[in-house]
Design a protein around this ligand. Structure first.
Ligand SMILES: Cc1ncc(COP(=O)(O)O)c(C=O)c1O
Length: 356
């Protein structure tokens, strides 16, 4: 017999971009929607958004783009010549879930690295440096990290600084995919500038943090900023009605809405992972260090639960078991989490689990 507990709040745990738009962002958009304003970012609000981003992160330049894939491709484009390559985790969003955008649009080879937890280390990067100077090989130039990683883990500042030092010693640049950078800042309790200071170029995600659709590219190393505007335009990311991208950023940065949103999402993920720790038959697959809970359980249980709750089955692990990903967002509530934990408990009791 299948479990009886269903999803009373209807909340999705499928992704943080299943959530709607934060009211502060909506208010900022509405406020921006008055009168005529010069296009392409030559307006007061856009100057303010860039100034706020640079002040918070220490960036030399900040450029807004439409989505996370574009942020990664445009950000990387500032750092690469055609024969240069990007070292990244094999599980990275860049490698798995961007339809080969970097390879197709930039023509750059991705040198992928298997990792236990989505994180690169100096040793893992060093293993990909063979062939440097060999004209037959694509030349590693950029190390691409994600913070949070695609497996929900978070680099500590010492881990990031060790990678940064290694990269500097070895003539490598660092790009950080920061689609969930806010969640990393909230998890580490550090400043945005401390994290951003570990990269040459990085993205700062808005969409998963309560925006309608905007990401920022932060150029930390000033010498890479010179042609950034041309790269963005050629990659079709220059919005003519830029004020509305800028308004979203201002809405998130004013009163630290971005940080409060991330803190709420992280707190709800922590509540869920704590609840899971008390339920037999389900185990955390990776350390919970942000707003993603990755847990291993029997596939039948996951499928039964998916009749009522939305979340992703991430990978199969053998013996009929799988890893699922459950994401929380700025608007996830304790009631949402407690209902899901109740559903899990219920299914694990009622669905007969084959023995391993
Ligand atoms: C880590 C990471 N980077 C980049 C992206 C790409 O964002 P978009 O779907 O807006 O292109 C995502 C989206 O899921 C992501 O999770």
């Amino acid at each position: 017999m299948l479990g009886q507990v269903t999803n009373p709040t209807g909340k999705s745990f499928g992704s943080d971009n299943h959530a709607g738009v934060h009211p502060a962002v909506m208010a900022a958009l509405a406020a921006a929607n008055t009168g005529d304003v010069v296009a392409y970012g030559d307006d007061e609000l856009s100057r303010r958004a860039e100034q706020m981003l640079c002040a918070a992160s220490g960036a030399a330049r900040a450029l807004l783009v439409f989505n996370g894939t574009a942020a990664n491709v445009t950000g990387l484009s500032l750092m690469l010549r055609p024969f240069e390559a990007v070292i990244c985790a094999d599980t990275s969003h860049l490698n798995v879930d961007e339809c080969g955008a970097a390879e197709s649009i930039l023509g750059s080879k991705l040198l992928t690295v298997p990792t236990p937890d989505g994180k690169l280390t100096p040793d893992l990067i060093a293993g990909r440096l063979v062939g440097r100077g060999d004209e037959h090989r694509a030349q590693p130039r950029v190390v691409q990290l994600a913070q949070l990683t695609e497996l929900g883990t978070c680099y500590s500042l010492p881990e990031l600084r060790a990678i940064r030092d290694f990269c500097r010693e070895n003539g490598l640049l660092i790009y950080i995919d920061g689609a969930r950078l806010a969640n990393a800042v909230a998890h580490l309790g550090c400043s945005l500038a401390e994290l951003a200071g570990c990269a040459d170029v990085l993205s700062f995600g808005g969409t998963k943090n309560g925006a309608l659709g905007v990401e920022a590219i932060l150029v930390m190393t000033g010498s890479l900023a010179g042609n950034a505007l041309f790269h963005r335009k050629q990659l079709m990311q220059l919005s003519s009605k830029m004020r509305f991208l800028s308004a979203q950023i201002v809405g998130l940065l004013e009163d630290d809405v971005w940080l409060k949103n991330a803190e709420q999402a992280n707190a709800m993920a922590r509540r869920l992972s704590n609840a899971i720790a008390g339920i037999p038959g389900i185990d955390l697959a990776y350390a919970m260090e942000g707003n993603g809970v990755f847990a291993e359980l029997h596939r039948d249980v996951a499928e039964s639960l998916q009749e009522d709750w939305r979340f992703h089955v991430w990978s199969a692990t053998g013996n009929g078991r799988c890893v699922v990903r459950m994401m929380t967002a700025f608007d996830t509530t304790e009631a949402d989490v407690d209902a899901l934990a109740g559903g899990l408990r219920d299914r694990l009791i009622h669905v007969k689990q084959p023995t391993a």
